[in-house]
Design a protein around this ligand. Structure first.
Ligand code: SF4
Length: 349
């Protein structure tokens, strides 16, 4: 019997179109609910902490999963209890027909939440179509509210377009619209208050993410990490911050509200306050590898299984056995920590 078990749900608990749910669990008993699908390893930005300045080592097209393969895997994962899918990249919006993929994914029976992480360069144009095709919400990566610094970080001049995309997503209800900001000491830690003001002014959730050892150039070190505790202290110098806790056990962000204004601040602290104990995430890379942890140094090639002509039960067997090998957590704080062989843009966050 493949690992995992089937539970018959009460009427209220039955997600759309399901009679029972096979829970995809790892060897620590953690149920997997969130699948992050990287649909491309390409990106039109060159964020210094993510991808090198040269368009070096994107995979050949034949190595990248087709939409049909992505949809088949998504259908099988959802059948195994995944209720939330996040589409990522590289930059997912550089892949043609992403809106068609969103439409197909949103029709999967049992899927409760479909989200997208983007750098926002063309979100203003695409938001209405993505919403109409079933996208629920969007997260935009933005590490500076200063146009010149944005350009220095991303090597792109799309600052105003990204802001327009955020506001358009909010206007049409791709809610909650979230902005993810990676803080790097010596680079943008002075933007905590400007982002807080942005959140208050536009009632948009801003999440500050600790710098992780996933950069292509290997420049990460602990001194460059601006911890969540530091961010909170900086905010409390100016605002009354009210803890609102986590939206659910698996959430990565510790959230705070402003006592006197709309807006929301999230602290994502993988380095200083790891949240692996409740991890419910599994990832699929653009070239068809299952990653059981963001920091996995081992990957599991499901593309070869698919392209070998395997039937659904064989693919399910591969998925469930792979999840059984999921790491207990990352080892960033361990002396023997080894960064993964892929940088963030090849994983998709
Ligand atoms: S580091 Fe790995 S185990 Fe920890 S929360 Fe992230 S994906 Fe889960």
């Amino acid at each position: 019997m493949t690992p995992g078990f089937c539970i018959t749900l009460s009427k209220a608990d039955k997600p759309k179109g399901r009679t029972c749910v096979v829970l995809l669990t790892d060897s620590y008993g953690r149920p997997m609910r969130d699948l992050r699908i990287s649909i491309t390893d390409r990106c039109n930005f060159r964020c210094f902490y993510c991808k090198s300045a040269v368009f070096s080592n994107a995979k050949e097209r034949a190595e990248i999963l087709t939409f049909e393969e992505i949809l088949r895997l998504a259908r099988l994962f959802v059948g195994l209890g995944i209720t939330k899918i996040r589409v990522t990249g590289g930059e997912p919006m550089v892949r043609r027909d992403v809106d068609r993929l969103i439409a197909e994914l949103s029709r999967l029976p049992g899927l409760e939440d479909l989200a997208l992480t983007t750098n926002g360069f063309n979100l203003a144009e695409k938001a209405v179509l993505l919403r109409a095709n079933g996208l629920n919400r969007v997260t935009v990566s933005l590490d500076s509210l200063d146009g010149a610094r944005f350009a220095a970080i991303t090597k792109s001049n799309d600052f105003e377009k990204v802001l327009a995309g955020i506001h358009e997503a909010k206007r049409i209800g791709l809610e909650p619209v979230k902005v993810n900001c990676v803080l790097v000491r010596g680079f943008n830690e002075d933007e905590v208050v400007p982002f807080a003001e942005f959140s208050r002014q536009h009632d948009i959730a801003v999440r500050f993410i600790e710098f992780m050892p996933l950069d292509e150039q290997g420049q990460w070190n602990r001194e460059k990490v601006v911890t969540g505790a530091e961010v909170l202290a900086r905010l409390r110098e100016r605002y009354e911050m009210v803890p609102v806790g986590k939206v659910n056990d698996h959430a990565t962000s510790a959230d705070y509200a402003f006592a006197d204004a709309p807006g929301r601040i999230g602290l994502i602290m993988p380095v200083s306050v790891p949240f692996c104990g409740q991890c419910s995430r599994v990832r699929l890379t653009a070239d068809g590898k299952i990653r059981t942890c963001l920091f996995s140094v081992i990957e599991h090639d499901v593309r070869t299984v698919l392209r070998s002509g395997a039937d659904d039960s064989a693919v399910i067997e591969f998925i469930t056995e792979t999840v059984q090998k999921k790491e207990r957590g990352h080892r960033i704080n361990e002396p023997d920590f080894e960064p993964p062989p892929r940088s963030m843009s090849f994983i998709g966050g």
